[in-house]
Design a protein around this ligand. Structure first.
Ligand code: FPP
Ligand code: MG
Length: 297
């Protein structure tokens, strides 16, 4: 039997899940699973036991998400900062990851695991990738934009999270998905991660639903502004080209036709450059992982 899917919701949980599902639901939820060590201390068990129970809670939470129709989950499993913890604890977490993540992969589930991750590292890496693209002649400096940066992040295949939940009462993002959560509903809950319940998840979703309209509005107006900025950049590019050709930017009828044609051409060429760059980037990353696997084999 499937490891994540085993065990269904109780009747009352199913009843409440159906009520919640009548409202707008987050499609993608991110978790900062915090409080494993405090839980271990509270229960007088070993730290490793706290992390192990944290992992079991992750499996259970995925089951709840599946039942609620949440298609995608991203978790902060191990921050680059966590390497500063004692060797014993880091080794223990690595062991846990080795033992248990392969079982998660068997599930073919919708889980993104951020391991040895920080958001600033991810963003600065994306900026370096774009600089590489310009250096290689694959991109024009004017192609660099927020939308291109989105595509250079590790999360480029996922929509931004609608809801981010952090447990254990801490009210900061600790360098997790800083770029991707600017329009997400952020919910901070005091419960320690291994004690997380279905009802805690429902509460977080209710908070998302209560703020849904404002979140949508902010996201839509940001996307609109982004389109406007791109249009402005394209117009500026065309104006420069026309000036180079000796045409007047606000000239006669013929000039404005030339302007329209140039604008279409420049947009199509930009799209083409970006596709070429993204393909080259994919190959570069695949090569990197292949080399990494060869070295560690
Ligand atoms: C935060 O609690 C949790 C972690 C640093 C690890 C998160 C990992 C899991 C929940 C298990 C699944 C993942 C792996 C790596 C197998 P904390 O250690 O910061 O506890 P504290 O906030 O009480 O100190
Ligand atoms: Mg912590």
């Amino acid at each position: 039997m499937s490891w994540i899917r085993e065990g269904e919701l109780t009747i009352i949980e199913r009843f409440c899940a159906n009520i919640i599902k009548a409202g707008p639901m987050p499609k993608h939820v991110a978790f900062i699973m915090d409080g494993n060590r405090r839980y271990a201390q509270k229960c007088h068990v070993e730290r490793q036991q706290g992390h192990s129970q944290g992992f079991d809670k992750l499996a259970q939470t995925l089951r709840w998400c599946l039942n609620l129709g949440i298609r995608e989950v991203t978790v902060y499993a191990f921050s680059i900062e966590n390497f500063k913890r004692s060797k014993e604890e880091v080794d223990g977490l690595m062991d846990l990851a080795r033992q248990k993540f392969s079982r998660l992969l068997e599930e073919q589930c919708f889980l993104n695991v951020c391991f040895a991750y920080t958001s600033r590292h991810e963003i600065s890496n994306a900026v370096r990738e774009m600089a590489w693209g310009v250096e290689q002649g694959l991109l024009e400096p004017s192609d660099v934009s927020e939308s291109l940066l989105d595509k250079c992040l590790y999360t480029n295949n996922s929509p931004d999270p609608d809801l981010l939940i952090r447990t254990s009462g801490e009210v900061r993002l600790s360098d997790f998905l800083l770029w991707q959560t600017s329009h997400s509903c952020l919910v901070f809950q005091s419960v320690l991660w291994p004690e997380y319940t279905f009802w805690n998840l429902c509460e977080a979703i209710l908070r998302f639903q209560m703020n849904y309209n404002a979140l949508q509005k902010a996201r839509d107006s940001y996307m609109e502004e982004r389109r406007r900025q791109q249009m402005e950049r394209d117009q500026a590019y065309v104006t420069k080209k026309l000036q180079q050709e000796g045409c007047s930017p606000r000239g006669a009828h013929g000039d404005s036709r030339r302007r329209r044609t140039l604008l279409q051409k420049c947009t199509a060429m930009r799209e083409e450059r970006i596709q070429g760059f993204l393909q080259a980037l994919e190959h570069k990353r695949a090569d990197f992982f292949e080399r990494l696997c060869t070295v560690s084999a």
